[in-house]
Design a protein around this ligand. Structure first.
Ligand SMILES: Cc1cc2nc3c(=O)[nH]c(=O)nc-3n(C[C@H](O)[C@H](O)[C@H](O)COP(=O)(O)OP(=O)(O)OC[C@H]3O[C@@H](n4cnc5c(N)ncnc54)[C@H](O)[C@@H]3O)c2cc1C
Length: 466
């Protein structure tokens, strides 16, 4: 972890920021908590010169005008749960925290939309809309992330198999540009063919093109019923190989996750509670939802039959909300459980569904050859495996060398299988080099030119994506 460095901002500039947001909403020097120097990828860290917490769009505009005039880097930060160093201020300057931009402004039942500020937490939002019988399907593992962070990384999560990813729910955005100008993109209409789609350009732009200050999200009706199935398999290969067969069964599962037994052991050890089943080398965890018991029973029967045909050792059903929640809460804790064992580095390559088994088995096979523990679990149903390299007791030099070797091989394999560098976590700082290698110079030139249009001085989240 780096320590705070000498500030790029002088006393008068700090005063100017305090005049915009109030003295309590600007932190400098020792007042800056260590989490503002990193996200959940602990290997990238750097302190900002100031953390600034605006409370409304007008304050964001004033901060951006000020930063633009003085050419000060601005890195937007939601909850800092990102996994690729995206919210880490690698060039110092201002961290613009969205903590105080945390209001749900409207839920419009007729249009089935919600208008929110970017600092609203996903878990709070999901609870609020569900109280009204509405549903916001994107469901990344970390529920304490902000909606602004989810939009800026195009977060995916468990329910993408049936419902798609964050991108599929963003109808409109209010964005403060690098020079402080405010622009409204999209809106409540359900369709829009009015020229280039700037809403979708901003989704997944990781704070490099503008500061998102309002979001209009699409909602859908809340399914009445859901149930989960846990299918133990005799091997990781058979578990993942069953995925295309399940997707071809005529049923679209809400979620379809895989994990290895060693991930379960890590969970049980770090959380101190048992998982409902152990002893099999690999598992599929499947969620189904619907509006009638008959519909759900038919879906369950079809999926269970496919699993058993694909060599599942059993198919266990969780049809009470307690059992269902226990399984999914455990699934949501897997990453923290692996992190509790060791420093890690992660890969969230997405491949075509037909190649996910080959990709995961390939990654698994590298463990022995390179002398590094490799754990995997993830969103098998959309081809997005999460692969973790564990540092364990390696010294700095060995860890760096091992990471570099193994990561390169993994990303090469992902590309060879027709995959993409990141399925949902984004590029941030950590995956830039792999993105460049995979997409090539013409693609990168287009990205740089887009960046130039939005942020000619390069003050927005410098050192990320491109
Ligand atoms: C245990 C765990 C499980 C996870 N599971 C998943 C998962 O299943 N699926 C998934 O997709 N991700 C997952 N993540 C990753 C992470 O939660 C997501 O990337 C999330 O979207 C980040 O949101 P945040 O609020 O923490 O954003 P931050 O980490 O603060 O920021 C992420 C990026 O968004 C930018 N940004 C944030 N807010 C704004 C804004 N208002 N305007 C412009 N730019 C902005 C930042 O500059 C940065 O580049 C997981 C993380 C953890 C720790």
């Amino acid at each position: 972890m780096t320590t705070p460095q000498a500030s790029q901002l002088d006393a008068a500039q700090i005063q100017a920021l305090m005049a915009i947001v109030g003295p309590d909403a600007v932190k400098t020097g020792d007042e800056i908590a260590p989490e503002y120097a990193r996200d959940e990828l602990v290997s990238t860290s750097s302190y900002p010169d100031a953390v600034v917490e605006p409370a409304n769009t007008a304050q964001v505009r004033a901060i951006m005008r000020f930063a633009h005039t003085h050419r000060i880097p601005v890195t937007v930060r939601g909850a800092g749960t990102g996994l690729c160093g995206g919210s880490v201020p690698v060039h110092g300057g201002i961290v613009l925290s969205t903590t105080r931009l945390n209001r749900i402004l409207e839920i419009d039942r007729e249009c089935m939309t919600a208008t929110v500020e970017p600092g609203v937490l996903l878990l709070d939002f999901q609870k609020e809309v569900e109280k009204l019988g509405l549903f916001y399907p994107p469901d990344p593992g970390e529920k304490s992330a902000t909606l602004g962070g989810n939009v800026s990384t195009n977060a995916g999560g468990m329910r993408a198999v049936k419902y798609g990813v964050t991108r599929d729910y963003v109808r409109g955005l209010e964005v403060v540009l690098a020079d402080g100008e405010i622009v409204q993109l999209g809106g409540k209409p359900a369709k829009n063919s009015s020229g280039y789609n700037l809403v979708q350009l901003l989704v997944g732009s990781e704070g490099t093109l503008g500061v998102i200050t309002k979001i209009i999200l699409r909602l859908v009706p809340l399914p009445a019923l859901r149930m989960s199935l846990l299918a133990p398999f005799p091997a990781l290969a058979t578990a993942i190989a069953a995925v295309p067969a399940i997707l071809n069964s005529g049923v679209t599962p809400t979620a379809l996750e895989f994990f290895q037994d060693k991930v379960l052991h890590a969970f049980e050890e770090s959380m101190g509670k048992p998982f409902p089943h152990t002893g099999a080398p690999a598992y599929l965890l499947i969620m189904l939802d619907g509006n009638s018991q008959t519909e759900l029973d038919a879906a369950y029967a079809a999926v269970a039959e496919v699993c058993l045909r694909q060599q599942a050792l059993d198919v266990l059903i969780a049809d009470t909300s307690e059992r269902h929640s226990a399984l999914w809460e455990a699934r949501g804790s897997f990453l923290q459980a692996v992190k509790a064992m060791s420093e890690i580095d992660e890969v969230d390559v997405v491949t075509p569904i037909s190649r996910i088994a080959e990709f995961i088995m390939f990654c698994d096979s590298l463990a022995e050859e390179y002398g590094v523990r490799i754990y995997s679990f993830g969103h098998a149903g959309d081809g997005n495996g999460h692969v973790y390299l564990l540092r364990d007791a390696m010294d700095d030099a060995t860890w760096r060398q091992r990471q570099d070797e193994v990561m390169r091989i993994i990303y090469q394999k992902g590309a060879e299988l027709g995959g993409a560098v990141s399925g949902e976590h984004g590029i941030g700082r950590a995956k830039r080099v792999y993105l460049h290698e995979q997409v090539g110079e013409t693609y990168m030139r287009l990205l740089r030119q887009i960046k130039q249009v939005f942020d000619p001085l390069g003050i927005l989240n410098p050192g990320k994506i491109i």
